[in-house]
Design a protein around this ligand. Structure first.
Ligand code: ADP
Ligand code: MG
Length: 222
């Protein structure tokens, strides 16, 4: 699902440099990413999603070299192939929770907003415990509820790759475990790979593999 080769990236002329010689994720694999704050975990997810462009090397997602696509192609590819739970949720406050969840359908011509998609949004929201809050706007929701809206939005399109940046960060332990169940259940149904940044070390045993960003510091032999 993901193949990274000789990836290098730097923000302008900043001191921070990301270098990943080789990293692969199989199509139904669940990989956790851990590492100190500022080590480049979010940067890597943004590179995989094509939100950032590498300075060197190759990133292949589901058989497509993301960096070779035009901006428009990349946005469409992302919306149809990848579900991304952003660290800061990235919800739109002028839209209701329901409209936020269904947002990928508004911006992607390849996705059709039909009754099935609407039903899926309702069902996801219900399993996340926000089924009765779908008409509220994000500012009228708690952090944890906003986070669950962001998770539903990432899953509603049944993506082949789920990228999750601290998706359980604002939840209590019970909800954490339940949300991870939901992520994994949806991934299994869609045959999707999961790449999840997490600081919850008690969740790590549930992943097949853990990638530690401490190994990717400049000069480290990864
Ligand atoms: P993590 O998610 O592991 O905490 P990030 O990938 O967010 O780390 O950041 C990696 C490094 O890149 C940090 O030093 C951060 O300050 C820097 N950084 C992140 N975003 C930008 C940006 N837009 N411009 C310049 N530097 C950035
Ligand atoms: Mg981060």
């Amino acid at each position: 699902m993901i193949t990274i080769e000789n990836l290098t990236f730097r923000y302008g002329k900043s001191d921070f440099r990301l270098r990943i010689p080789r990293f692969d994720v199989q199509s139904d694999e669940r990989v956790a990413i851990v590492g100190p704050s500022g080590s480049g975990k979010t940067t890597m997810l943004n590179l995989v999603a094509g939100i950032l462009t590498p300075d060197g090397g190759k990133i292949d997602v589901a058989g497509t070299e993301v960096s070779s696509l035009s901006d428009v192609q990349r946005r469409r590819f992302r919306a149809s192939t990848i579900g991304f739970v952003f660290q800061d949720f990235a919800l739109l406050d002028y839209l209701s929770a329901r409209q936020n969840i269904l947002y990928p359908y508004r911006i992607t011509p390849a996705l059709t907003l039909n009754a099935e998609a609407r039903d899926r949004a309702e069902a996801l929201a219900a399993s996340c415990g926000i089924g009765d809050k779908l008409d509220r706007h994000p500012s009228a929701l708690s952090q944890g509820e906003q986070q669950r809206v962001a998770i539903c939005r990432a899953l509603v399109t049944q993506p082949k790759l789920i990228l999750s940046d601290e998706a359980t960060g604002n939840l209590d332990p019970d909800s954490k475990s339940r949300i991870l169940d939901l992520l994994f259940e949806q991934a299994s149904q869609a045959g999707a790979a999961v790449l999840a940044v997490t600081h919850d070390h008690e969740l790590l045993p549930r992943f097949k593999r853990v990638l530690d960003f401490a190994d990717f510091r400049e000069g480290a032999d990864a």
